[in-house]
Write a protein that binds this ligand. Sequence first.
Ligand code: G6D
Length: 350
Amino acid sequence: MEIKRNSQIKTTSTKDLFGLMPDGTAIYAYELSNKNGMKLKVITYGATITKLEMPLKNGEMVDVVLGFDSLESYIQSFNLPSPPYMGATVGRYAGRIYKSTFSLNRKKIILNKNDNDNSLHGGAIGFSQKVWTVKDIHSGKKSSITLTYSSPAGEENYPGKLEVELTYTLSKENELIIEYSAKTTEDTVVNLTHHSYFNLDGHLSNVLDQELIVNTHRMLETSVENIPTGRFLEIENTDFDFFAPKKCPSKIDNTFVLDRKDEFAASLFNKKNNLKMTVYTNQPGVHIYVGGNCFNAIKGKANADYHPLSGICFETQNYPDAPNNQNFPSAVLKKGAEYTHNTIYKFQSF
Ligand code: G6D
């Protein structure tokens, strides 16, 4: 196998038709690469990442995210008993909102419910299932793609027309940088996140041998419906303590409190190929989830049978149900203000 020197690898970007929505709208797939050969594939359906290939020191490539080969599979996945939101951009509000209700400016807002009586990940048809528009794509010095989505006032009963911009960048240090910004025509609530299932050993294995660190001693207490109670739990020396590296848990669905400013949020390390991913964010929390499922109903890429241990999500975000918890950071976006969220998934091959 010819291993190209970095100077020979050019940054590239390609565009291909990925599929047609039921109404005939075309969904396109864009593939970017950086000078090290790191590759990102994004589709305009849900601004979803379908592939993220990393070059290893030994010259091999590993696809570190789960995904599907067809648009039909992505669309069908939202009809599963518990949709996985595979690789999707999640909004208007990531996480759950209790009883799908909150008050804003003394007005009661009642959202569409899609998780028992609660609203999860933006409601019945959240941003993950919307068609995004590509505004800009760069290759050359910087490999990046910018997508936009305009969420009409009243979409899923959220107030305010929300204009969202999302840029995925591949840096020359093999980082996937995700930058969100949003503005609204009237006061509303916003909480966006990225929902890739990562597996540093390739998407065909499981994550149980990979080492997880979560750089905090606190997480949110939640109810049986996974709704925050408003209390913070000290987790040192408990099963949720990942301050020192520990094997990935077989089941977790919890939001960790990031209060160590300017430090990393979490990391994942795979001893089998010496690949490490470190997560940095400007958000107050990271929701960690192992348990995504395709219920043997939908095959993954390369005909893979995905199961609850196939991948782990690092959903950097404000806390779930912040609109109903005055002691949480505010999720209100005032008319005329700007929502910004930056997250970096940094990859290192040792
Ligand atoms: C988030 O917390 C939620 C899970 O409960 C949900 O099933 C998943 O997204 C798709 O991690």
